[in-house]
Design a protein around this ligand. Structure first.
Ligand code: GTP
Ligand code: MG
Length: 399
């Protein structure tokens, strides 16, 4: 037989990314979403070979995209030996099936990809159980037509977890599995609640923020411990709690899972217990990567997710991290047009905007360059000492 395709030596999969431009999603926004999708794909172990976008007023009910675009992508997939097509938007189960038939490769959406990364990264049995529950919940409505026509041996991205083993299983078994997992989680939750209540008389602080902003790096810095940090999305899946002492004030600090746009609702649901740390915290430290072009969107995503977890307003300190990497976008001084976004603002301008706000404190730091960390410590001390004194009037930590 003649070898038509070039031999592939690496283990990484080759992916195409697909997004749609609509009245709600400008071309610029879609480009940003696809950047993030490419980062997610990279974290999952796939190289993004090409991006396809289409302007759509409403998605095609059968194939999501129009038939011309579908054919164009299918041709590319064949010619370039692509393993995986990833949509930024969620497809209906039948659209997914139809597109898979035409492309003859795995088709994932953003939710699926995030679930896959979580599955690969879950370390403890608690995290694994949570992810598994989310996967089954995602699988349930798609069970009748998921991947049945694809080779089951192939494996790889999107095939970890229940999808791979139990394609033929009927919904009843999946439902049983879901309720079993829920019971297991409840049991662990109870144990964790007891553990939490044993941590007596200490003020509690939770680090929250978008994924990859530097939460774990900051945790390491403040607690002088070693928490896994790296330039990948969702490096942290399990909440880590450390005792931190600033001057003479001890408190508990927890590092939590990062948030992301369109974090699958199933995941938010099953991670709610992990996020009890957030719910039970006295103060939130909302870490932001100011060097990221979309950091303002990230702030709103995180605020929205926090509101979902716990509606109550909590004292929040905004920590703008990575100031060492912040570069304002160049803007022609003669340009009189209203700028489309705030990316031209200097760091000083950002500071004065945030310092002027009365609802939230803000501080600007670099965790890796250790810039402004003393300020942060002092700020934390002031805020926490006050809470501590109010809550434990007889426990005089000062002397
Ligand atoms: N330039 C720069 N990079 C930083 C800074 N702080 C953290 N990083 C880098 O940002 C990346 C992500 O850091 P993490 O601490 O893992 O981020 P995280 O928020 O815990 O991420 P998840 O656990 O994935 O949600 C790492 O490569 C860090 O080295 C900083 O102040 N400046
Ligand atoms: Mg982390």
């Amino acid at each position: 037989m003649i070898e038509t395709k070039k031999k592939r030596t690496d283990l990484r999969e080759r992916a195409v990314l697909i997004g749609v431009i609509t009245t709600f999603q400008s071309e610029e926004k879609v480009a940003e979403y696809l950047d993030e999708l490419a980062f997610l794909a990279d974290t999952a172990g796939a190289d993004s070979m090409k991006r396809f976008t289409q302007k759509l007023d409403s998605p095609n009910p059968k194939t999501f995209l129009g038939s011309g675009k579908i054919e164009e992508i299918a041709a590319y997939i064949k010619a370039e030996d692509i393993d995986l097509a990833i949509f930024d938007d969620e497809l209906s189960p039948s659209q997914l099936k139809n597109v898979e038939r035409i492309f003859e490769i795995k088709v994932l959406d953003r939710t699926n990809l995030i679930l896959d990364i979580f599955a690969a990264r879950a370390q403890t049995s608690y995290a694994r159980t949570q992810v598994e529950l989310a996967q089954y919940q995602y699988l349930l409505p798609r069970l009748t037509n998921m991947w049945t026509h694809l080779s089951k041996q192939k494996g790889g991205i999107g095939m970890k977890g229940p999808g791979e083993r139990e394609i033929e299983t009927d919904r009843r078994i999946v439902r049983d599995k879901i309720s079993l997992l829920k019971k297991q989680l409840q049991k662990i939750d109870k144990q964790m609640a007891i553990q939490r209540s044993n941590r007596a008389s200490m003020v509690r602080v939770a680090l929250v923020g978008y994924t990859n902003v530097g939460k774990s790096t900051l945790m390491n810095l403040l607690s002088k411990s070693e928490v896994f940090a790296e330039n990948k999305l969702f490096a942290t899946l399990d909440t880590t709690v450390r005792k931190v002492v600033i001057h003479n004030l001890p408190f508990l600090m927890s590092d939590t899972v990062g948030f992301i746009r369109k974090l699958p609702t199933q995941l938010v649901e099953s991670f709610k217990s992990t996020l009890d740390e957030v719910r039970e915290a006295d103060v939130l430290l909302h870490v932001v990567d100011i060097s990221h072009p979309n950091f303002e969107d990230h702030i709103s995503t995180v605020d929205r997710t926090i509101a979902e977890i716990d509606g109550r307003e909590k004292p929040t300190i905004m920590i703008f991290n990575k100031i060492d990497a912040y570069v304002p976008e160049h803007r022609d001084p003669d340009d009189l047009q209203e700028p489309e976004n705030n990316r031209h603002l200097t760091l000083e301008e950002w500071k004065s905007t945030w310092f002027a706000r009365t609802d939230r404190q803000a501080i600007f730091i670099s965790a890796t360059e250790k810039e402004n960390i003393e300020d942060l410590r002092n700020r934390l001390y002031e805020t926490l000492a006050e809470i501590h004194a109010r809550r434990y009037p007889n426990n005089n930590f000062l002397f």
